[in-house]
Design a protein around this ligand. Structure first.
Ligand code: NAP
Length: 316
């Protein structure tokens, strides 16, 4: 049996692992079978993570976090967790290979997934003009013509932010009314670099090695037209990866895992949550890393208390 199992290998998971490992808790971290490193693996240059004034590539940052976690004794398992059982004092998680692992505490840091439009070329051109993160990639679109897909607060925020770099930003929305809050809408309407393309969805993305344009399909009459752009930002929402804990941990109205105040404590004692899976608003590498720290410290405190209350159970 483990003292701590960490599920997730983004900044939250690895930072929790660094802290837990340095506290001598020998964490076992499930890094996923294919998506190791989380969303930062989809990013190119990270320029806003403190300590890297020259910037660092997303995958390299994650590799360094992993190295740091392993250096202090984290065991990393390249498998997905497919089932969790948080009902008893001993928590059980089942991995993709069918093995069952037990721990006194679990840190749940599975992140969130950017919603995709669902086009084949979206993945192919990811990092080559297609992006899900304006704060990560906006800088690369200086003086370009680009588009943002979506009608919510994220799309308005991204479009407005991107006008700092791009000459022209189209906002492509499938309806003729925005979902975004009034203030965010107004900010976008007032920005002369932003042009709205209403009642339209992106039905194809073009470009050999970089985005060169999209086909827009009218949601009213199905007619199609081409739009030449060099970048496409997809901002159609974000889904926290909570499918394994539905009915097992309390969720917020926004669908993230509910935690107590500024702590990482979930509705189940001994289970802690960190990173994007708890965060509907900030979703930055540094805020996820910070919440991983909080989770490791909370788990450490929980284990220390358990040792006093139930030394037999705590003696793993
Ligand atoms: P959201 O509010 O769910 O909006 C998603 C938008 O994308 C909607 O306009 C939706 O269209 C559109 N959409 C969804 N699926 C689509 C698809 N397959 N194809 C085309 N369009 C699609 O998501 P969000 O904007 O990411 O915001 C999430 C939460 O974070 C919200 O609570 C928001 O208020 C908050 N947030 C706040 C701020 C801020 O205050 N600074 C900034 C960002 C986000 P429909 O309108 O037709 O449904």
């Amino acid at each position: 049996m483990q003292q701590i199992i960490i599920i997730g290998s983004g900044p939250a998971g690895f930072t929790a692992a660094i802290y837990a490992a340095r506290a001598g808790l020998k964490p076992l971290l499930f890094a996923s079978a294919i998506g190791i490193g989380g969303e930062l693996m989809n990013t190119t240059e990270v320029e806003n993570f403190p300590g890297f004034p020259e910037g660092i590539q997303g995958p390299e940052l994650m590799q360094r976090m992993q190295e740091q976690a392993e250096k202090f004794g984290t065991e990393v398992v390249y498998d997905d967790i497919t089932e969790v059982d948080f009902s008893g004092d001993v928590k059980r998680v089942t991995a993709g290979d069918g093995s069952v692992h037990e721990a006194l505490t679990v840190i749940y840091a599975t992140g969130s997934a950017y919603r995709k439009i669902g086009l084949a070329d979206e993945d192919r051109l990811s990092g080559h003009g297609v992006s899900w993160c304006a704060t990560c990639d906006g800088f690369f679109f200086r003086e370009k013509t680009i588009a943002v897909v979506g009608g919510g607060d994220s799309a308005m925020e991204e479009a407005t932010f991107l006008t700092r770099f791009a000459d022209k930003v189209y906002v492509i929305h499938r309806r003729s009314e925005l979902k975004a809050s009034k203030i965010m809408q107004q900010r976008a309407f007032d920005n002369e670099k932003i042009e709205f393309v209403w009642d339209s969805e992106v039905s194809a993305i073009h470009g050999e090695s970089e985005v060169e344009g999209v086909t827009l399909r009218s949601t009213v009459d199905g007619s199609e037209r081409e739009l030449a752009i060099q970048g496409l930002f997809v901002a159609i929402g974000n889904d926290p990866r909570t499918h394994l804990v539905h009915g097992k941990l309390d969720l917020t109205e926004e669908g993230t895992i509910a935690v107590e105040g500024r702590s990482s404590k979930t509705s189940v004692p001994g289970v802690f949550a960190a990173g994007d899976v708890t965060d509907p608003h900030y979703r930055q590498a540094i805020t996820a890393a910070a919440s991983g720290t909080v989770a490791a410290l909370d788990a450490e405190a929980f284990l220390a208390l358990l040792e006093q209350k139930n030394p037999e159970l705590a003696a793993v």
